[in-house]
Ligand binder design. Sequence first.
Ligand code: NAP
Length: 255
Amino acid sequence: MSVDAVYLAMDVEPRMLAQAVRGFRALNILGFNVTIPHKIKIMKYLDSLDRTATTIGAVNTVVNRDGRLFGYNTDGTGALEALRKSGLDPKGKRIVLIGAGGAARAIAFTLAEIAQRMVIVNRTISKARMLAREVQKTTQSPVIYRGLNSSILKDELLTSDLLVNATSIGMNPRVSETPIDTSLLRTDLDVFDIVYSPVETTLLKETMKVGAKSVNGLTMLVNQGAQSFELWTGLKAPTFTMTAALNNALKVSSR
Ligand code: NAP
C-alpha cells in the first residue's frame, strides 16, 4: 500500500511499561497495539482516551498525533464489523454472551447498545454480575446475568437469536471442548465464536452441521486489526490480504 512503515511485535515486561511508552514517544512512532497484560495499565500513560475505550475500560490501539498519545479500543467494534460483514447484524437480536473476561467485556458494551436484550453467562458468576450491571448502567439496555450450567443455557438459548462464545473454551489444545451442549444448537440460532486457534472450532463445526449461520474468531481478529490500521494510516485496510496472512501464520504455528 506504499505505507512507509513496519509492524513489529515487542514483549514488554509489566514493570517496564512506563519506560516503553516513554521510548515510543521519544522515537515518535506512529502508533501501537496493546495486548494482555497491558490493556488496562496503559491507560494512565496516554494523553487522551476515546469514548469507547473509556467505557470498556481498556485500550488496544494507541495513535501518536504530533507527540500526543490517543487510546482506542477496537475489540468490540471489530467484533461488530465481523458480524455485519458476515451477514449477521446483531441489531435487535436477543443475545447470549458466554464469558466475562477482557474480550467479553469489549463485546458486551458494543453489542448491548444495539441488541434487543443480552444475557451474560459466565463460569464465575460474580464476574458476570459485575459486567452485566456495568453494561446495563452504561448502555441503558436490558442485560441480565447467569451462571454457566447446562439447564440455564438450555432455557436462555431457547429464546435467543445469537450465541457468542467469548471464553477460551475450544481453544488449542483442548479443541474438542464446547461452551454449550451442541444438542442445543438449531438452524435459527446464529453462532459467533471468538476463538481463532483453531479457526474452525468444534462449536462452529456443529453449528454448520445444523445449518445455522456462523462467524469465526479470525474474522474478528482481522477486523479489530483493520480498524487499528485505519486509525494509524487513514487508509482502508486490506482485509483480504490480512486474512490470508493470518491464515498462513496460524497454519505455521499449529504445525
Ligand atoms: P480472559 O480475560 O482470560 O477471559 C477468559 C474467559 O473464559 C472468562 O470468562 C473465563 O471464565 C472463561 N473460561 C476460561 N476457561 C473456561 C472453562 N474451562 N470453563 C468455563 N469458562 C472458562 O481471556 P480473553 O482475553 O477474554 O480471551 C478469551 C478468548 O477469546 C481466548 O480464546 C482468546 O484467544 C480469544 N480472543 C479472540 C479475539 C479475536 O479477535 N478473535 C480477541 C481477544 C480474545 P471465568 O471468569 O470463570 O474464569
